[in-house]
Design a protein around this ligand. Sequence first.
Ligand SMILES: *Cc1c(COP(=O)(O)O)cnc(C)c1O
Length: 480
Amino acid sequence: MIGYMSTRDFEQTEKTYSEVLLEGLAPDGGLYVPNAYPNISHNELRQLSRKPYVEVFAHINSKFIAGDIPLATQREMAAAAFSTDKFPDATDGNITPVTWLTPTIAIQQLSLGPTAAFKDMAMQPLGQHMQYVLSLRDEKLTMLGATSGDTGSAAEAAMKDLDRVSLIMLSPEKGMSPFQKAQMADLSGGNILNISVDGRFDDCQDMVKELKKIPEFADLGAVNSINWGRVAAQVAYYVHGYNEAVQDDVGKFVDFVVPTGNFGNILAGYIAREMGLPIRNLIVATNENNVIHQLIQTGVYAPTKTAFETSSPSMDITRASNFERLAYDIFGKDPQLLRNYMETLKRDGSVSFNQFGITNGILIDKGFKSGASTHSDRLHAIKWAASQGMLIDPHTADAVTVALKLSTTNSLEGVPLVCMSTAMPLKFEATMRESLGYTPKRPKRFQDFEARVEHKRNGFTLLKAGDLDGLSKQVRAFRA
Ligand SMILES: *Cc1c(COP(=O)(O)O)cnc(C)c1O
């Protein structure tokens, strides 16, 4: 049976899915990983071909939960997480459709959910699973998180009105788009508390970290991208996208291009491939914050001190937390080697595989490729995709840029290239206008959205950056 342990645990103590779901980060600072990856056979792939996403999800996700939640309950929760109500822009229940831009380059949409970003794909089932596990234990959980944009609204949309969980979300006063602010304001109230910090995303994150060091608040849960439940929930859309891309030709190889920030999305692709999904290359696309691109090309992991602000802001990250899970595999699942690697990174500010007797080309040997793009690349890619009949957002444009660059080299010929689309264009309209010269029409549910939620503008509680006393008071009052 599947069990989970921390990447840094010498004892290799195993925990259940429910336990790691609520814990998030392991107490030793490591990330939870399964004791072994489950399998997907070609036969299963054939059976899942042309099935609705809910069914593909329930089947694939159950491999990570095993007997921890009854199968029938898992199916009910999948149906609730991916209902047509929540994905109104999906056609025929296909919530992660694959559309071809050229005979070899396709887009897989992951952003048709409630908040128009791919974070919904994992947050929606995560909310359901947390509610279930907490009900079973007759417990309640208050979670505290920081967001620079997409995570906040996706988490809030997933947790809204669930009676076992409540959520306190810190976001920066400046830096988020007016649309993203409006989304969070709209979700304020009830079990959701939004706190706007007079500072930047880093200030929000620091306040979360500092508050958790106070014993009174140590029991607050976390919503961040290292939660195993989120990674596991993302594997299913690779299976669905694969089947759509190859039609019934199961066994044929496909490449995926993934706009990458914290390495959560592409890690799910890696796991899908480890499980047996015929993926040939996993291609990382970054923006100007190209630490992971450099890591793949050179074997040297050298996070920069600060991130550049770019027009694909959800990827403005220098340290990719989820990379630790891949590194663990590279070090032969040896917690000591992994610890040495992470400690060297912390001590020296950079680390290479060579220092540990592993070739610096290891990630390329393992089937990773990568590329980076600039603002002008994104503008060009948005325009090019529009000329092929599809509107893509700036993050998806990072992927399309890399797809176009790599598809001109022989190494990718003959294998379909599926670019993951991680947000709807409406979240980043200024860049869309800059590229296209006009603002694309929004889906109906988002038309005049900011104006419709204007009256909820006071949905944010304001705090000064570093005001830990103020935050403590807010948390105490909210929990009471
Ligand atoms: C979060 C996010 C990403 C990055 O995904 P990771 O899993 O952190 O690599 C890319 N695009 C959008 C729109 C996002 O919200």
